[in-house]
Design a protein around this ligand. Structure first.
Ligand code: COI
Length: 376
């Protein structure tokens, strides 16, 4: 028997009888409130994908022995929809998230799906709740596609049942008062990801073990961890974000934008990719080198002493870019310059602006923005 593919045209829609009022923008806290509807699709190894359903947001009912609760068969994505300046609702580079979601699924034996079919289904879900997509710069709809193994039983094996679901949360800017530069603790006693592991996949199991080191860093006055790896203490990521550094060679005057290479331990961030693409397109190659290479915490410390460390920031879907102002490393305090009177350096600010202009439809960039609905 052939297995049923994920098919958006079959979707069954049940609408809520109690549509909610949009919250005022100043009450939107990241991931705290959700839209009125959710998407669910069940999968079995026997039949493939079942009929997708858009229905009122509700609890899931699962057997307590379901694989997800015991062996962490869980993956997720983070993506956003925007209300543009010309009053359309768009999704930002959803194809990248779908590609990564399929890679995460393959790594933990959850089923593959057709990316375009899921994008169509998510678009239908957002269409349903379009009155809850917030308006204004910095405001968006955070979309959380999730897949879990739902097989009942305690034997460790590939799930033969799964549930794909999507929920959405109207969100405001990660930092309410504009940028807020963060202080990081360079962490070598705990490791986020390692060669041969699954640090490049968006699995929930990569996130929970990182909370304790974050609390430990917080107890010493830092906002986040700067994750290091290996005997060289290479910088891998920052908190839940990709990490970028800006250096300047004092002899040649040439500047370098650096982020870690995608070697299997680094999350393939959509914002990371967007920043690298825009930097390669828009920064003058006579002045800039754009590098995907490791740099160690010692290199950053040395460059800081020589006045060659210009900026540092994290990048992710939630905050887009997050400027860094200080890094604690053993007994050292590495100061990262920020522009006087601001919370960011010039390139960090520029990059954030480039991305925001594309996301809010002020500037077009190829097919990065996918129109879901035209509200005009
Ligand atoms: C992001 O920065 O986009 C993330 O992945 C954070 C998310 C886990 C809340």
């Amino acid at each position: 028997m052939t297995l049923a593919p994920l098919d958006a045209s079959k979707v069954k829609i049940t609408t809520t009888e109690h549509p909610s009022e949009p919250k005022p923008n100043d009450q939107l806290v990241f991931g705290r409130s959700f839209t009125d509807h959710m998407l669910t699709v069940e999968w079995t190894a026997e039949k493939g994908w079942d009929v997708p359903e858009i229905k009122p947001y509700q609890n899931l009912s699962l057997d307590p022995s379901a694989f997800v609760f015991h062996y962490a068969f869980e993956l997720f994505e983070g993506m956003k929809a925007y209300r543009t300046v010309d009053n359309k609702i768009t999704m930002f580079r959803p194809d990248m998230n779908m590609k990564r979601m399929n890679k995460s699924a393959a790594r933990i034996c959850l089923p593959a799906f057709d990316s375009e079919q899921l994008i169509t289904l998510i678009a239908k879900l957002i269409q349903q709740d379009k009155y809850l997509v917030p308006e204004g710069n910095g405001y968006s709809l955070y979309i959380r596609p999730t897949m879990i193994g739902t097989t009942v039983g305690l034997g460790v094996s590939a799930p033969d049942k799964a549930l794909l679901y999507v929920i959405c949360s109207p969100v405001g800017p990660y930092y309410k008062t504009g940028f807020k530069a963060v202080k990081l603790e360079a962490t070598d006693y705990a490791t986020r990801a390692w060669p041969g592991g699954c640090g490049d996949k968006k699995l929930g199991a990569n996130y929970s073990p990182c909370v304790l080191p974050q609390l430990q860093a917080a107890s010493r006055g830092y906002h986040q961890n700067l994750w290091l790896f290996g005997p060289e203490n290479n910088i891998t990521e920052v908190g839940t974000m990709n990490a970028f550094f800006v250096f300047k060679d004092t002899e040649t005057g040439k500047k370098e934008l650096v982020t870690a290479p995608l070697d299997g331990t680094i999350l393939e961030g959509v914002t990371r990719d967007s920043i690298l693409t825009l930097a390669r397109e828009r920064l003058d190659p006579a002045e800039w080198t754009i590098s995907e290479r490791y740099c160690s915490i010692s290199e950053v410390a040395e460059k800081s002493k020589k006045g060659e460390l210009l900026e540092a920031f994290g990048s992710g879907t939630a905050a887009i870019v997050s400027p860094i102002k200080e890094i604690g490393w053993k007994t050292e305090h590495i100061n990262v310059p920020i522009t006087a009177g601001e919370q960011t350096g010039p390139l960090t600010k520029q990059v954030a602006q480039w991305i925001s202009q594309i996301q809010y439809g002020e500037v077009e960039h190829g097919n990065w923005s996918r129109v879901i609905t035209d509200l005009n």
